[in-house]
Design a protein around this ligand. Sequence first.
Ligand code: SF4
Length: 97
Amino acid sequence: MDAAACIGCGACVAACPNASAMLFTGAKISQLALLPQGKPEAARRALAMVNKMDELCFGNCSNERECEAECPKEISISNIARLNREFVKAGLVSVAK
Ligand code: SF4
């Protein structure tokens, strides 16, 4: 459960040339999506968190990996991949309803 180590310091956002918050958001989405207690709201959470990033004009990830290099908790960029998977999955669930 490495994603749970995120302390929300924002170093990843500051280091990113796109001002992306995807490492932080990916860590939170991963942490909650991997817990049984987090599953019932996983789709709604992923959509809401990504929409909020867009609303606040954070950039997108372009795989620079500066976030991962600067993170004091060594949060892996693989959490961004999980964020993307959870977001796509949530979109498919909402279309199917
Ligand atoms: S730098 Fe690491 S610990 Fe800080 S907010 Fe980003 S992911 Fe979390």
